[in-house]
Ligand binder design. Sequence first.
Ligand code: ARG
Length: 460
Amino acid sequence: KEVKLWGGRFEESVTDAVERFSESVSFDKELYRHDIAGSKAHASMLAHQGLITESDRDSILSGLDEIERRIRAGEFVWRQDREDVHMNIEAELTDLIGEPAKKLHTARSRNDQVVTDLRLWCREAIDRLLARIKQLQVSLVNLAIKNKGLIVPGYTHLQRAQPVLLQHLLLSYVEQLERDARRLMNCRDLMNFCPLGACALAGTGLPINRFMTSDALGFTGPLSNSIDAVSDRDFVLEFLSATSIIAIHLSRLGEEWVLWASEEFGFLTPSDSVSTGSSIMPQKKNPDPMELVRGKSARVVGNLVTLLVLCKGLPQAYNRDLQEDKEPLFDSVRTITGMLEVTTEFAQNITFNHARIQKALPAGHLDATTLADYLVKKGIPFRTSHDIVGRSVALCVSRNCQLLDLSLDELRSINPVFEDDVYEYLGVENSVEKFCSYGSTGSECVAEQINSWVSKLGIS
Ligand code: ARG
């Protein structure tokens, strides 16, 4: 058995079960690029500070390049007995270049190393997610543009409420995604500080330059407290909170589209390319991708909870428990990436059934609030107009008709304030246009919103 890098004081080797139980290389090898980037920055700094020679630095840098090449080429053998990504790379470097490799860990601990790697990994993951979010926003805006003018029932409590433009509804998701992106950017800003040089927890007496490594790795600056530097996993918690909120947004969208794809609604049809069938019922065509988007949001939220509970009982500084931070983090990023990708594809492959939606619009008295506003314009206090329209709706219910089917005489029998112009307020087409205050669903407001998204997202 190979002697561990930390084996000096040990007389016995660890049992197989302990070795298997405590290894992390099987998953933290994901961090190899970031680990190598961190080691290169560290070695260059050590040479600059006169802690290692320039020739040591050069062999370390070229040795690390060779290791990176081998990992990329799939030629690198990851060894469980070398525990984690850090010691696999360091031990391999020692096999490769000999003595100089033994100087790399000067003024460094795996405690600052691992969390430096992790911050670099998160930063990169955030940049990739931001691009994915934007793709989904673009697809939703394009879907809205394709369905210009389509009025749909707006629901509250899943009951018919007011008419809205489909464009307006789709843009509500675009707005949510914009906040999701902003949350990720905030999280990126806050996490972009460098732990390297904090060493085990107390810093070091060796003359290192933490500003130099921080700059080289693109951080805003070094973290100012070495204990905080190795303790902190706030950035993981924040990142997982941000991904959980994205997951919830996508889940709600999934729920709506699954509902709308049902026979009962029939408002949209996904193309075959984003649907799947049943193994027993030959007629079935299911919107599985969006059901899975809804379903997978559970594990993203679960991963956040795992991290919260993981950190809850920890005393300050590094504790081995923290090794458990990686798998939930990696899983959430992988999962949310797939969710964004599939939702984007779904958005690109659904058709809204205009005829079916139009047929559905007369039900539910969607224009009732507009009628109440009409009475307000005639000088009636809103509470009174609410009551008048309520009674008009009751009349419709008893007659099984719509508000616009009531004659002026019938309306006047409820209240004499109604005039001929009332019919300009009735019916969903009239009604939707009356919503014209800033941020409303009327077509002019929505056209402005579409234009602003088109330019913000650079859609041509
Ligand atoms: N594999 C460890 C982790 O993921 C690296 C840090 C280990 N540090 C230590 N002192 N055992 O957290």
